[in-house]
Design a protein around this ligand. Structure first.
Ligand code: COA
Length: 282
């Protein structure tokens, strides 16, 4: 683990701020914290960051730690190297699996990683920096927001391997881009480029590779201005809409109601009435 702090001038607040960076290496991940943004970099570049079971378990632990860390308000996931975000589940690992092992792989992965990300208590952004294929695209789709670099390539090529997407791809891709386009991508197994992904709504925006981190940090900074509890409730309500639309409206009402009377609600509304901006994170 290494700690380093750098002073920088924040022109928006006109103050000198201290930027604290903490880096922790695990076997397959690099974990860093910059200000209140937790970065998870999947670090198997020789294997194009393919998700083996060990990496999935480490990702779960990292997300659990970031979830509990009150100093982290936004989580970002990316891949090491310049070539891949994640090129899929590790084909070398599952090539000899039986039906029940395949089923367990999908069920465990969905529970501890993909659904876990979607249900995180703070926004999770995918910085898609290259190939996002199969489980890699499924990982990006489980995140709340996707920003891609212009060299990104996305697809679900599982049928070319004689299998189907098993980490939520058949569900989240139609939700994001519509059934027809999702069927086209799933049935052909073809990749699309970042421009196409952007025009289909699969990613929120596309930037040059050198600008990806800066773009994600700028987006995170906007999110970090807002109330943590309200962000968590917003995630819950948006997710509930995909469990059935009437369920979504009911959860929205409950989540909306639960915000009233909280310290951050008082802080936000009182600041507005004083014509000031609330500072939720101190
Ligand atoms: N699982 C395991 N290993 C993978 C992998 C995956 N999903 N994707 C890439 N790798 C490995 C390759 O086997 C190779 O390892 P090796 O050097 O030990 O042989 C290494 O990563 C580099 O990949 P390579 O295929 O040589 O790179 P490339 O530039 O020629 O092609 C891709 C890049 C992404 C087009 C190609 O690697 C690919 O098609 N990967 C599989 C994508 C996929 O089907 N994903 C869905 C899995 S369910």
């Amino acid at each position: 683990m290494s700690d380093k702090s750098t002073k920088f001038w924040d022109s928006s607040t006109e103050k000198t701020c201290i930027f604290i960076e903490i880096s922790i290496m695990s076997k397959n991940l690099i974990l860093e914290q910059e200000n209140q943004v937790g970065w998870i970099t999947i670090n198997r570049p020789d294997q194009l960051n393919a998700l083996n079971r060990e990496t999935i378990a480490e990702l779960h632990q990292a997300l659990l730690d970031f979830r509990e860390n009150a100093n982290i308000g936004v989580v970002c996931i990316t891949g090491a190297g310049e070539k891949a975000f994640v090129a899929g589940a590790d084909i070398k690992e599952f090539a000899d699996y039986t039906n029940s092992e395949g089923g367990a792989l999908a069920a465990t992965g969905q529970a501890i990683l993909f659904n876990y990300i979607e249900q995180m208590n703070k926004p999770v952004i995918a910085a898609v920096n290259g190939f996002a294929l199969g489980g890699g695209l499924e990982l990006a789709m489980a995140c709340h927001i996707r920003i891609a670099s212009s060299n990104a390539r996305m697809g679900l090529p599982e049928v070319s391997l004689g299998v189907i997407p098993g980490y939520g791809g058949t569900q989240r891709l139609p939700q994001l881009i519509g059934r027809g386009r999702a069927n086209q991508l799933i049935f052909t197994g073809e990749m699309i480029n970042a421009t196409q992904a952007n025009s289909w709504g699969l990613v929120n925006s596309v930037v040059e590779p050198a600008e990806l981190k800066q773009e994600v940090m700028a987006l995170a900074a906007k999110i970090l201005k807002n109330a943590p509890n309200a962000l968590e409730k917003a995630i819950t309500a948006v997710n509930a809409g995909f469990d059935g639309i009437s369920q979504g409206f009911n959860v929205e009402i409950e989540s909306f109601a639960a915000c009233f009377g909280t310290p951050e609600f008082r802080m936000g509304t009182q600041a507005f009435l004083r014509k000031e901006k609330a500072n939720f994170r101190g």
